[in-house]
Write a new protein. Structure first.
Length: 196
């Protein structure tokens, strides 16, 4: 019985620390104002406060964690949960339009950022726009997401190739006995020329 009570006590203390985590960190930062003031003054190039006096202004509070709160028509595990993945802003705007046009429609937001329309009892409903398409299907959105993913992959590949080229230039410069800059300049010259 005592072990169960200890486990429950520990769980309640741990959950209280999760809720007040940002405030506890701020209190710790305010606990040593003399050291913080001296460190700040030293980093700014100013003289530290005389006699170890505390600075006049307290440190600014840490910003609150962003919370996904979209409005009264939205519900589900993805609303008000900072650990949930945020849905796409374009889909949220479209869902707000639909919820504003029909008061019986609710918007379910899942933890993974997916959005579904439901009625006021939580049953899934299908919402169509004026052209008969699903209201959450924004024309061209999938193509935009795919292009962004391709662009990210190409930029990543370019960075890796640039890094590999720099490593080869360093190795070529060291093997030939010359400076790495000379090998880099020689590699930058075009190997082929097009004559019209």
């Amino acid at each position: 019985m005592k072990s169960i009570a200890c486990v429950l006590l520990f769980a309640s203390l741990a959950s209280a620390q999760l809720v007040r985590g940002a405030q506890v960190q701020n209190n710790r930062a305010a606990a040593a104002p003399a050291e913080a003031g001296a460190a700040t003054a030293k980093s700014l190039g100013a003289a530290p406060p005389a006699g170890g006096a505390a600075p006049a202004a307290p440190a600014p509070a840490a910003p609150a964690a962003p919370v996904n709160d979209f409005g009264p028509a939205f519900f589900g595990p993805g609303v008000g949960n900072f650990a949930a993945r945020a849905p796409l802003p374009a889909l949220v705007a479209r869902a707000r339009e639909v919820a504003a046009s029909d008061p019986n429609v609710r918007v379910f937001v899942d933890v993974d950022g997916t959005i579904e329309f439901t009625d006021k009892f939580g049953r899934e409903v299908e919402v169509l726009d004026a052209f008969g398409r699903d209201a959450l299907e924004i024309p061209g959105l999938e193509e935009q997401i795919e292009l962004q993913q391709q662009q990210f992959q190409l930029e990543r590949r370019r960075a890796l190739l640039t890094q590999e080229l720099n490593n080869l230039n360093i190795l070529a410069g060291g093997a030939a006995g010359g400076a790495p800059g000379a090998a880099g300049a020689a590699a930058a010259a075009p190997a082929f020329r097009i004559v019209a």
